[in-house]
Design a protein around this ligand. Structure first.
Ligand code: PLP
Length: 401
């Protein structure tokens, strides 16, 4: 009966990160002990004020439909957030709330891409961008940004990739999966190139915004005001506020585009959950002071994983990352190695399979993010579990010959 599926389904595959989580669940069901270093969410709790606001919303009967793009109160909170934290000024018809940042990305591509339009996606990239572009009938133009450029897009590469068919360029800072964070200087250099291409839209995915270690996050539309009119600045409460399950994302951008997103949303999911909207207001208005101790914990975890990588006998290597809770470890040193069962590791997919089978460690191979051979290690799990995972990682690497 699968021939009843529409042709467009061949343009999209299951999210590889979701598939890994499914595999882990299956192994756990079989009674195997697996430590999941593949999950894109923090183990921290949703801030208290946000939880209480959600409960209050339920008790107060805020359980009905709201305006499609979010309540006035939430839109006001989003406008305040962009102004105070990002130096970006938007009117209330220039912001929208959706059921996660993913929905905004999906609707933005659906609303703007005509057949054959090109979308520049620097690799490694968050797994969903190319599939959504494909689904919308566009052409993902993948540009490899390797370790030599700290996994960042350079102005030279951008200039060489832009064509008259380019509709969007996607920037994701802080970056999933590499943890790279663009500086204001780097963004200005990209903006200087984009200034010569006035019809190109900029998607700035800033969902990991405050999860940075050494220098703070910058928004490209604020760094260069020439881009303000054609940048969709995307954010949400999933990562910074540990609210992945509440499904609340938001964006600021030109009114014509925000209106189009609202129209699409009105014919698909309508408003994001009224309860999550109330919780998001409390989260955004509550500030980010609660993050300081969390960042301390993440800093220690990052150091612990870096230490394990250093002890891997050259099987893995990685530079210290600038943000997020991911390390993107180069696993070239595992390729060509033999596992205790005699299998030769030929790719990062084999490396991830070996670590899962031998070490009980789940991580996502770089192939899923468009740049191999790497392993994305998410250190967003409890300290004791991470300690065990690091020991198992070193042990497993030492078993390779
Ligand atoms: C770079 C990036 N953008 C967007 C999202 C989606 O976020 P949300 O949970 O708000 O849909 C994710 C989630 O993993 C992500 O890593």
């Amino acid at each position: 009966m699968s021939n009843l599926l529409a042709p467009r389904m061949s343009a999209v595959k299951e999210s590889p990160t979701g598939a890994i989580s499914g595999k882990v669940r299956d192994l756990v069901k079989e009674g195997k002990r697996v430590i999941n270093l593949g999950e894109g969410e923090l183990d921290f709790d949703t801030p208290e004020a946000a939880k209480l606001a959600g409960i209050q919303a339920i008790c107060n009967g805020q359980t009905k439909y709201t305006d499609v793009g979010g309540t006035i109160e939430l839109k006001d909170a989003i406008v305040r957030k962009f102004k105070d934290e990002n130096n970006l000024v938007y009117a209330s018809d220039e912001v929208i709330a959706s059921s996660g940042a993913k929905q905004i990305i999906f609707n933005a591509f659906l609303a703007t891409i005509s057949p054959g339009d090109e979308v520049i996606i620097p690799a490694p990239y968050w797994v969903s961008y190319p599939d959504i572009v494909n689904l919308a009938g566009g052409v993902p133009v993948i540009v490899e940004c390797g370790e030599d450029s700290c996994f960042k897009l350079t102005p030279q590469v951008l200039e060489a990739t832009l064509t008259e068919k380019t509709t969007w360029i996607v920037l994701n800072t802080p970056n999933n999966p590499t943890g790279a964070v663009y500086t204001a200087r780097e963004l200005r250099a990209l903006a200087d190139v984009l200034a010569h291409y006035p019809r190109v839209l900029v998607m700035s995915d800033e969902i990991y915004e405050h999860i940075t270690y050494d220098h703070s996050h910058e928004s490209i539309a604020a760094v260069d005001s020439r881009l303000h009119e054609r940048t969709l600045t995307i954010n949400g409460v999933s990562k910074v506020y540990s609210m992945t399950g509440w499904r609340l994302g938001f964006a600021g951008g030109p009114a014509w585009l925000i209106r189009a997103l609202e129209v699409l949303q009105s014919q698909s999911t309508s408003n994001p959950s009224s309860i999550s909207q109330a919780a998001a207001i409390a989260a955004l208005d509550g500030g980010t002071d609660f993050l300081a101790p969390r960042m301390q914990i993440l800093r220690k975890r990052r150091a612990r994983v870096m230490d394990a990588i250093a002890q891997s006998g050259g099987r893995l290597s990685c530079n210290e990352t600038e943000g997020t809770f991911y390390l993107y470890a180069n696993c070239t040193g595992m390729i060509g190695c033999k596992t205790p069962s005699g299998k030769v590791i030929e790719s990062d997919i084999d490396a991830a399979d070996f670590l899962l089978d031998e070490g009980g460690l789940a991580m996502v191979p770089g192939t899923a993010f468009g740049l191999a051979p790497y392993l994305r290690i998410a250190y967003s799990i409890a300290d004791n579990e991470l300690e065990e995972a690091c020991n198992l990682l070193v042990e497993a690497c030492n078993k390779l010959s």
